[in-house]
Design a protein around this ligand. Structure first.
Ligand SMILES: Nc1ncnc2c1ncn2[C@@H]1O[C@H](COP(=O)(O)OP(=O)(O)OP(=O)(O)O)[C@@H](O)[C@H]1O
Ligand SMILES: [Mg+2]
Length: 246
């Protein structure tokens, strides 16, 4: 595991608002869209191509992004990596799914309508065609979380979810799941177990080490392929610094 983590290890820099162009409703931290030439966007490309290299060793269609606790940068990471994927491979079909049914943050980050979404789909209230949306002019398809259900872990563990994921696997080449944090809820472990690869986001200078190892225990059985250190001050590193102001 440690060796794999190292292979996928990646540093994502702190995303400051300066230098990132304003977009109408899209969160400015979605740099892969708002500032594709930025150093930060380059870091998401690095992460994406690391995943690509891992795919050479074994197929990984479904990638889930989680973290130990709340607010570590899962949504920002999942959205940026999915957008990077959509830009990188014009012949692949890319899907981003908000499986954090409690918060619906992907829709907020992308400035799109949040309902209906995955929860309505899993409740049998609508069809995939009603919830899958193409994001702006990109090739990214998105399923927002929808309205929070009362029992999100049960909904995610349902046979309907497994069936839906099987259908998604047929229809898309790469699928990215934004998950809730692993420690407070069962949701993340349930969904992570269905993914081919799980990326663990760790907030630099914030997440206690104990929380990270506890989260890894919770995720036992899931294919954790790597971690990203998010918001690292030193994330830019000596190699990228000379390019920062270009
Ligand atoms: N690299 C970064 N630099 C600066 N701000 C960041 C960075 N990554 C995330 N943020 C900000 O931190 C906050 C939390 O990020 P995000 O919503 O992606 O975390 P999360 O792990 O998905 O949270 P939750 O557990 O609530 O789902 C947001 O305001 C986001 O814009
Ligand atoms: Mg989130």
């Amino acid at each position: 595991m440690d060796e794999q983590m190292e292979r996928a290890g990646n540093f994502l820099p702190r995303l400051d608002e300066e230098g990132v162009s304003r977009s109408n409703e899209v969160d400015r931290r979605v740099v892969s869209l708002t500032a594709p030439a930025s150093v930060a966007a380059e870091q998401y490309r690095t992460l994406y191509y690391r995943l690509e290299r891992m795919r050479e060793a074994r197929p990984m269609k479904v990638i889930a992004v989680t973290s130990a606790v709340a607010g570590e940068g899962k949504t920002v990471t999942a959205v940026n990596v999915a957008l990077t994927a959509a830009r990188a491979n014009l012949d692949r079909r890319i899907l981003l799914v908000d499986a954090d049914l409690r918060q619906n943050q992907v829709a907020t980050a992308l400035g799109i309508r949040g309902t209906p979404g995955l929860s309505e789909l899993l409740a049998g209230e609508c069809e995939p065609k009603d919830v899958i949306r193409r994001f702006q002019s990109t090739r990214l398809a998105v399923i927002p979380a929808g309205a929070p259900p009362e029992d999100s872990s049960q909904v995610l563990a349902s046979a309907r979810m497994k069936h839906l994921l099987a259908k998604m696997r047929e229809a898309f080449d790469e699928i990215y799941f934004d998950l809730p944090p692993a420690l407070p809820f069962a949701d993340a472990a349930i969904t992570a177990a269905m993914a081919d690869g799980v990326v663990l986001v760790i907030r630099a200078n914030a997440t206690p080490l104990g929380a990270v190892s506890e989260a890894l225990e919770r995720l036992a059985g899931a294919a954790v392929v790597g971690c990203v250190l998010n918001g690292a001050e030193a994330g830019m590193g000596p190699y990228l610094r000379p390019y920062a102001r270009r």
